[in-house]
Design a protein around this ligand. Structure first.
Ligand code: AFP
Length: 333
C-alpha cells in the first residue's frame, strides 16, 4: 500500500499553523490570500505522531473508492441483481474494503466494526492503533440519495474495549453534495472538503459548536419515555426546529455546524435505544466534545462509559453543551 505524501513546497510549518486559523479571517480575506491548506499540511501542524497522520490520510482517501462504489453498486432497472441486495451490499462492501486497507497498511493492530461480530486482529501490524468504525452509517438512505457517511475512532494502545475519552483521533467522512472530512486529533475540530483533484482542503480549522436550535430525535413518539417526551416538549417550546434524516452522521453534522442536538433515546421496551457505544457514540462524542459540545446517555458522559460488550447499544444525546445540560436536568428530575 503506497501512502500518498503531499507536501507544500514553499510553506513553512509556522505559516501553515497561522493560516489554519480560518476563524480569524473573512471569506474575502481568505480568497484574496488564495490560501488552501491541505489535510496533509494541517496534520503537519498538529502534535500527532507521523504514523497516526499517515493512518488518518489513508482512511480519508478511502472516500474516493467508497463514493465510486455507490455508482458501481447501483441497481438499474435492467440490472439482474435485486435492489435490496445491492443496498445491503454497500454496507458489507465498505466494511470489507476498509478492513483490507487497514490490513495492508500494517498500521492497525485491532479493528472493531459495526458490520462484524468479532474483533479482528492484524498480527503483521507495526503500529499499535486500534480502530472502531461504522463503515457506512445511514446506509438505508443510499437509495434515496441522501447524505451518508463513514465514522472512525482511533485508539493508540492496541485495544478497542476501553472508554471513548482515550481516543487519540476521530473522524467521519460525509458523502453528500460534497465529500467532507470532519477530524479531531485532540486539538479541536477541523472540517475539510475534497476538491476536483481529490485533495482535502481545509474549510474550517477551529470548529466550535454554537448553542443553536436544531434537534433530531429517533424512535417512535409512542415509545418515548415520559421524561424524554417532556424534554422534547420543552425545547420545542423554546423554538427548536426538527431536522431528522435517519443518518446519524449527517444529522450530527448539521448540529455541529448550527447547534442544537441529536438524540436516539431509551425507548419503551428498548431501554438501550438503537445506536452503538463503540462505533457511533465514541467517535462522534469525541468530536462533539472537542468542538465544545457534549455527549450523554441522559445522565453521564458517554465518553466515560466503559464498554461491557462489543456491540453494546446506548441511548445517545449529543450536541451543544447548554442543551445537553438542560436535558440531563430534566431526565434526572
Ligand atoms: P442504518 O445504517 O441501518 O441506516 O442505521 C442508521 C442509524 O444507525 C443512524 O444512522 C440513524 O440515526 C438511525 O439508525 C435511524 O434509525 P431510525 O430508522 O429508527 O430512525
Amino acid at each position: 500500500m503506497v501512502l500518498r505524501q503531499f507536501r507544500h513546497p514553499e510553506r513553512s510549518r509556522k505559516e501553515t499553523e497561522l493560516l489554519s486559523r480560518t476563524h480569524d479571517r473573512t471569506l474575502i480575506e481568505q480568497r484574496e490570500l488564495m490560501v488552501m491548506i491541505t489535510l496533509h499540511e494541517y496534520l503537519e501542524t498538529c502534535a500527532c505522531a507521523d504514523d497516526l497522520a499517515s493512518l488518518i490520510e489513508l482512511i480519508a482517501e478511502q472516500a474516493v473508492p467508497i463514493r465510486d462504489a455507490f455508482i458501481t453498486h447501483q441497481s438499474y432497472a435492467t440490472s439482474i441483481n435485486v435492489s435490496g441486495e445491492q443496498q445491503a451490499a454497500m454496507d458489507t462492501w465498505s466494511d470489507a474494503h476498509l478492513t483490507e486497507v487497514y490490513r495492508y497498511s500494517e498500521l492497525v493492530k485491532v479493528l472493531a466494526s459495526e458490520e462484524q461480530n468479532e474483533i479482528i486482529n492484524f498480527p503483521d501490524a507495526t503500529s499499535n492503533y486500534a480502530i472502531v468504525m461504522d463503515p457506512l452509517d445511514g446506509s438505508s438512505l443510499i437509495q434515496t440519495n441522501l447524505a451518508v457517511g463513514t465514522i472512525v475512532g482511533i485508539f493508540d494502545n492496541g485495544k478497542v474495549m476501553q472508554k471513548g475519552s482515550n481516543q487519540k483521533a476521530a473522524l467521519y467522512m460525509i458523502y453528500g453534495p460534497m465529500t467532507t472530512l470532519t477530524l479531531t486529533v485532540g486539538e479541536g475540530v477541523a472540517i475539510f472538503a475534497m476538491d476536483e483533484q481529490k485533495e482535502y482542503i481545509l474549510l474550517d480549522g477551529e470548529v466550535k459548536m454554537p448553542e443553536g436550535n436544531l434537534y433530531a430525535s429517533g424512535g417512535l413518539k409512542k415509545d418515548w419515555m415520559d421524561k424524554h417526551a417532556r424534554f422534547i416538549d420543552t425545547v420545542e417550546h423554546k423554538g427548536f426546529k426538527l431536522r431528522y434524516s435517519g443518518s446519524f452522521v449527517a444529522d450530527f453534522h448539521q448540529v455541529l455546524k448550527y447547534g442544537g442536538f441529536y438524540c436516539y433515546p431509551a425507548l419503551e421496551g428498548n431501554p438501550e435505544g438503537k445506536l452503538r457505544l463503540l462505533f457511533e457514540a465514541y467517535p462522534i462524542g469525541f468530536i462533539a466534545a472537542q468542538a465544545g459540545g457534549a455527549i450523554s446517555d441522559g445522565g453521564r458522559s458517554l465518553l466515560e462509559v466503559e464498554p461491557t460488550s462489543l456491540h453494546q447499544r446506548t441511548p445517545i444525546y449529543v450536541g451543544s453543551r447548554g442543551v445537553i445540560e438542560l436535558m440531563e436536568g430534566i431526565l434526572s428530575g
